[in-house]
Ligand binder design. Structure first.
Ligand code: ADP
Length: 445
């Protein structure tokens, strides 16, 4: 049904004006004949106004109580009522369409394997789908309108929600499923609209199981390889000592030397793999303590100076009394791997700077070298296992390809991150950043 076009509206109102004129004329003539022109005009106008008032009253009543339909209108009122009927029907159709869309949306989100929870600006549950009900143990009806942090009582969840509210970014959190502790759910927050958030929950148990199978395999394989390798290394070392002493092994001196070096390298790779497997399986729950980072840096540097064949000039600038809450062995592996890389990849005699300092939002451990630097395209991949910028480089440089992977995992245990700044041809700075809440200031130092 279409609205009356503008021309039609004009015609109807024109007609109404003509009718009014004729009516007033008729009243005037009747009054004139009766000798009461003024009274007749007044009566005519009053009747006309009363008629309009009656229809206006009907309209008002209809708008206030749509169930009481007005009687048929006359003249312009008939048209006005018709237009309003049309409007009402259109609205009804629109409502039905919206209802269908909502029903379709709900049906499709119910079919989603991921849980979805709509949360309002005050953290209350507005709506959730069936998968969310199952995964997060939410009860339909009962839990609507409840604050989500009162229902998901994992210690890190409230923090996670608060962080998402503050910076409005998408965060991720893995927690044991409230409905079944053996399952793991990955939670994501997607902010939208005016303070609203969508909480998406995914069951990642299978993925976790697969990851742990892979981890166990690598750990077991490394462990199994250790014993035979120790035997080989033992014999190779003895043979290496004997070769060159005028015996039968003399002509084998070089190959035996090479085999001995390679077997030592294999040993280092296996140790690193085991270390990585341990880092991955141990969570943040590990015992942590206040670690004297300046002293630890000094130990690492002393050790490096003793073994650094290229005699670098190592400059340490560590803020005295700046301690870090964490695990000493992991923090030491961060410093020693970054320092060893700086020494390994920069030319003899160049400077290596190690800086440990508190900044406005945390602390930084920065290791700078004046070596060849790294092209930007490689930087995002450096922490991958066995990733090497120069794949063809000789293995004899002592690297295992796992150092930065260990740094990354150790940093994750300390809520830290690794930032790499590098200019090819100039050098690189590897910076480990730690959050402020982990710093301990020892004023006595
Ligand atoms: P690797 O045992 O081979 O050093 P890492 O995981 O420690 O393994 O480092 C990965 C790769 O990153 C290295 O093979 C090297 O190509 C590059 N790299 C690391 N540190 C530096 C550095 N300070 N300067 C230049 N390249 C570096």
């Amino acid at each position: 049904m279409m609205n009356a076009p503008a021309g039609e509206v004009r015609r109807i109102w024109g007609l109404a004006l003509v009718r009014l004129t004729l009516w007033m004329l008729a009243c005037g003539v009747a009054g004139y004949l009766l000798g009461q022109t003024a009274w007749a005009l007044l009566a005519g106008l009053s009747i006309y106004t009363a008629g309009h008032l009656l229809f206006a009253y009907q309209l008002h009543r209809w708008l206030a109580k749509p169930r009481i339909e007005p009687r048929e209108g006359v003249g312009v009122w008939q048209e006005i009522y018709t237009e309003l009927y049309r409007l009402k029907q259109r609205n009804r159709r629109r409502k039905r369409r919206l209802k269908d869309i909502v029903a379709e949306f709900q049906a499709s989100t119910e079919a989603l394997p991921d849980g979805a929870v709509v949360i309002d600006g005050r953290g209350r549950i507005v709506w959730f789908n069936q998968a969310a009900a199952v995964m997060l143990a939410l009860r339909a009806g009962q839990d609507n309108g409840q604050r989500i942090v009162n229902l998901l009582r994992h210690p890190r969840f409230a923090e996670f929600m608060a962080a998402a509210a503050v910076d409005g970014t998408m965060g991720e959190l893995e927690i044991p499923a409230p409905a079944n502790e053996e399952h793991t759910v990955l939670l994501r927050i997607v902010p939208y609209g005016d303070g609203q958030r969508l909480l998406v929950a995914r069951d990642v148990s299978d993925q976790k199981r697969l990851e742990s199978t892979r981890r166990d395999f690598v750990a077991n394989a490394s462990h199994e390889l250790r014993t035979p390798l120790t035997v080989l290394r033992g014999y190779l070392e003895i043979m290496h000592e004997e070769a060159g002493q005028g015996g039968a092994l003399d002509s084998w001196q070089r190959p035996i030397g090479e085999m001995s070096a390679q077997s030592q390298r294999m040993g280092r790779i296996i140790d690193s793999l085991l270390r990585l497997a341990r880092l991955e399986s141990e969570g943040l729950q590990q015992r942590q303590e206040s670690v004297d980072v300046p002293a630890m840096i000094q130990n690492v540097v002393d050790d490096l100076r003793r073994h650094d064949g290229r005699a670098h000039d190592i400059v340490v600038d560590a803020q005295a009394g700046l301690y870090l809450y964490g695990r000493a062995s992991e923090l030491e592996s961060i410093v020693s791997n970054l320092a060893a890389n700086a020494a390994r990849y920069s030319p003899a005699g160049t400077t290596i700077e190690i800086r440990w300092q508190a900044e406005a939002d945390g602390a930084v451990l920065a290791v700078t070298d004046y070596g060849p630097g790294i092209e930007a395209e490689h930087i995002p991949r450096l922490t991958e296992r066995f990733y090497r910028v120069d794949a063809g480089r000789k293995a004899s440089d002592g690297g295992t390809g796992l150092g930065l992977a260990i740094v990354k995992h150790s940093l994750e245990h300390h809520e830290g991150e690794l930032v790499v700044d590098s200019t090819p041809g100039r050098g690189s700075t590897f910076t480990a950043r730690f959050p402020y809440r982990r710093l301990i200031f020892d004023d006595a130092a």
